[in-house]
Design a binder for this molecule. Structure first.
Ligand code: GDP
Length: 299
């Protein structure tokens, strides 16, 4: 929690400090609530969620005076309530051997890094984990995943740059099945500027995986960069059109004043949030705790 708190420092300073200046020795009147609503919107919680949170305060609580501590505490609780239905770690199903996770998202969102971190986490728990360097378009992505493979001891299936991503995925599934792996994490390209090509590629990857493993992929995890703020919402919209997104990982919450976007995502899409990224090293993937996040966000 302390690292998360550090990580969310900027979000919570902004929000917590803002709440502090709105509610210092002041009645919780319409004007104060309006200012609060604006602050929540500016903190990326989304227009409808912000309105709901502000009006929740008006209706239920504080008919007289409220200090910043009470307002922060109440909002932290309300935010935790919104977030708790989506806080779900990625569950490796024993029946699927391997459990296959397709990891999607725009370039730079943190896909490859998240795969490395997830691999480390599950390998530490005793699972046999393998990686597939499915972002065959970018040489750097393939190399980067190979580095993560060495770092975590997870075998990596990779091919030369430009190789067919679906062929690579097929080989990776065959190898994971042969080796009796528990978990296979497949990286993908994120070239959103050519949406129809990306859709064709992702759909082909899924089709090919299903030739060997009809129930796969068990999860399609969309990785979102929190620093993009409201743009994260349109990325969900886009990727839902391309593939059957089953869950999210939100990264870069360490360097970001935009942790609030998680609340907007939860409210709008209700997709499980499997983990959050708070840095670049293997240890910097955190379970997503609704309560801890609500508290950190409000400072
Ligand atoms: P990809 O293109 O989606 O595979 O993205 P990468 O995994 O290559 O990540 C892009 C950059 O973001 C790299 O420099 C990563 O080290 C960095 N990165 C990924 N996750 C996080 C995070 O949670 N926090 C921070 N600060 N950086 C991150």
């Amino acid at each position: 929690v302390s690292r998360l708190r550090d990580g969310l420092g900027r979000s919570s300073n902004k929000l917590g400090g803002g709440i502090g200046s709105i509610f210092t020795k002041r009645k919780l009147d319409d004007e104060a609530l309006e200012e609060l609503e604006e602050l929540l919107i500016a903190s990326d919680l989304g227009v409808s969620t912000s309105a709901k949170l502000a009006s929740g305060l008006r209706k239920e609580r504080f008919t007289k005076e409220a200090g910043p501590e009470e307002v922060r505490g109440a909002l932290a609780e309300d935010v935790a309530e919104i977030l708790s239905p989506v806080a779900h770690p990625l569950e490796v199903k024993a029946a699927a051997k391997p459990h296959i996770v397709l990891v999607v998202g725009v370039n730079g969102s943190g896909k490859t890094t998240t795969i490395g971190k997830l691999g480390k986490q599950y390998a530490d728990q005793g699972y046999k984990v393998q990686f597939a360097a499915g972002d065959t378009f970018r040489a750097a992505a393939v190399e980067q995943l190979q580095v993560w493979g060495e770092r975590t001891g997870c075998p990596v299936t990779a091919k030369e740059t430009g190789a067919d991503a679906a062929g690579l995925a097929y080989d990776a599934v065959a190898k994971a099945q042969k080796d009796g792996a528990d978990l296979l994490l497949i990286d993908t390209a994120g070239r959103l500027h050519n949406k129809s090509n990306l859709m064709a590629e992702l759909q082909k990857v899924v089709r090919v995986i299903q030739k060997l493993a009809p129930d796969a992929p068990q999860d399609v995890v969309l990785v979102l960069d929190a620093t993009t703020g409201q743009n994260a919402l349109s990325q969900v919209e886009t990727f839902k059109q391309l593939v059957n997104v089953t869950g999210l990982v939100v990264t870069k919450l360490d360097g970001s004043a935009r942790g609030g976007v998680l609340v907007a995502l939860a409210e709008k899409y209700g997709l499980p949030v499997h983990a959050i990224g708070v840095g670049e090293t293997a240890e910097d993937l955190r379970p997503f705790s609704a309560r801890a996040f609500g508290r950190s966000l409000m400072g």
